[in-house]
Design a protein around this ligand. Structure first.
Ligand code: ZN
Length: 125
């Protein structure tokens, strides 16, 4: 499945668009479009904040761009639930496997445990 990048209008993070088919009986009635980070459901295709649409015109080359990313200091952001190894997300809720409770991607806590970068891929569900 092709990953579509969005900049979520609800949690304000770069995430992936999740498409869940909706069936009425045996007929596909439509799709639920939601944010992979916070689970926010977009009302329609027009409401999805696609990254391509919102991003500024590409002035820099790819090389310039990756250098800028290295310079960016994420600091405190790295302690957010969405970067935590205990954080579990599915289309309907976000869950902390340490506290056994529902959390938000932007929550923080003292038991933060950094997860591997590779787990941020779209197909970890
Ligand atoms: Zn979101």
């Amino acid at each position: 499945m092709k990953a579509v990048e969005i900049i979520c209008t609800n949690c304000d993070t770069e995430a992936f668009l999740k498409r869940e088919p909706v069936y009425e009986g045996l007929t596909k009635a439509g799709e639920i479009l939601s944010c992979s980070a916070c689970g926010f459901v977009f009302a329609s295709e027009e409401d999805v904040p696609f990254k391509e649409k919102t991003a500024a015109p590409q002035v820099f080359t790819e090389a310039d761009r990756s250098e800028k990313v290295e310079v960016f200091d994420e600091g405190e952001n790295k302690r957010l639930c969405r970067y935590c190894a205990h954080y579990v997300v599915n289309p309907f809720m976000q869950f902390c496997s340490h506290h056994k409770k529902e959390v938000q991607a932007t929550d923080t806590c003292a038991q933060f445990l950094a997860k591997e970068e590779s787990l941020d891929a779209p197909n970890r569900f």
